[in-house]
Ligand binder design. Structure first.
Ligand code: SF4
Length: 328
């Protein structure tokens, strides 16, 4: 483990929209019908970010390219927000988040270079789960899950010097060799661009009413093995993150994981709504005797390298201590 600490962050989880052009076999986030669709309005967002909270991060997620999922979406977006694309609207929300003391981190699915440029200066870091480099049946209705498209975006983010989070989803039909290839691909991108701050190793959890509801969850033995392999393959400066609401982190910390991701005191995990976030006190107990420290959505190495914009500099100076972690 590279750090003497196990880290986590405190966020406000903002699911901007659940309209998505993809239809992954395991997903409960995506709107199944127009009646299920939602778009977080500015007033709803302001209610979230102005309620007292210790969060430093606004985590924005959304379905991928909702404009392609449903032609009505563009009209809906324009009528509700005055914006013509989800990226334009999310950028406005990012600016509002900054104004309310929160560092944005966007994960909006596959974005092109222009879209990344639009969002770069109003984000402390950005993310896209690679999930896997294998072509899987679980993604047969998901054009955005073509591995090349995801690798290309991660590379583009590297060219733009965006501190970046990616990860693997374990147990969706990939085999051990696929996992090694996926980790090698992330390593290779990092060797080119130096921008990967963390790799999330996330277990698939079957959800009711999805095509994979009867699919087995990966065993803890398999999951531990993936963490071990990831630590062996990835450069030491890339942190391995495991989600504390989906797995038992203590053994995984022994194997090289050193981050527990974000917990949100105000909102559920919209991707895994059945799994509540643990409290900070629970996390402290789980990681003992390792010391738990809060971090920002941008990792200390990237604060040291100055990979952030003038827009977010005041917040980084307010929140970061000399180690680049949250000021105590
Ligand atoms: S891309 Fe994400 S939101 Fe869209 S269907 Fe797949 S898992 Fe769900």
């Amino acid at each position: 483990m590279k750090s003497k600490y196990v880290t986590f962050s405190k966020n406000i989880f903002v699911p901007v929209t659940n309209v998505c052009r993809n239809a992954c076999d395991y997903c409960v986030y995506r709107a199944r019908s127009p009646a299920d669709a939602y778009l977080v309005r500015v007033d709803q967002f302001l209610t979230l970010v102005t309620t007292k909270s210790e969060a430093t991060e606004a985590l924005f997620t959304a379905g991928e390219k909702p404009e392609l999922a449903n032609p009505e979406f563009v009209k809906w977006l324009r009528d509700a927000t005055g914006c013509s694309t989800l990226v334009e609207y999310t950028k406005e929300l990012c600016k509002l988040a900054i104004r309310h003391g929160l560092l944005p981190h966007c994960n909006l699915g596959v974005l092109n270079t222009e879209e990344l440029k639009q969002l770069r200066d109003v984000n402390a870091s950005m993310g896209l789960m690679l999930e896997t480099t294998a072509e899987l049946s679980a993604h047969k209705n998901s054009p955005g899950k073509v591995p090349e498209a995801r690798l290309k975006m991660i590379a583009e983010a590297g060219k733009l010097k965006i501190p970046f989070t990616t990860g693997l989803l374990i147990g969706i039909g990939e085999n051990p060799e696929d996992r090694i290839q996926s980790l090698e691909a992330i390593k290779s991108l990092h060797e080119h661009y130096g921008h990967i701050q963390e790799v999330i190793i996330q277990p698939f959890v079957p959800k009711q009413y999805t095509a994979m509801e009867k699919h087995d969850q990966p065993s803890f033995a398999v999951f531990k093995d993936v963490v071990r392999v990831a630590r062996a393959i990835l450069p030491a400066e890339i942190t391995i993150q495991v989600p504390p609401n989906l797995t038992a982190p203590r053994d995984l910390i022994e194997l090289g994981a050193s981050d527990l991701g974000g917990i949100s005191e105000k909102t559920i995990d919209y991707i895994n709504p059945e799994s509540p976030w643990p409290s900070e006190e629970e996390l402290k107990r789980v990681v003992a005797p390792f010391v738990l420290r809060e971090r920002l959505p941008i990792y200390p190495e990237f604060i040291s390298k100055g990979w952030y914009s003038e827009e977010i500099r005041p917040l980084i100076e307010r929140y970061a201590d000399e180690d680049g972690l949250r000021r105590l």
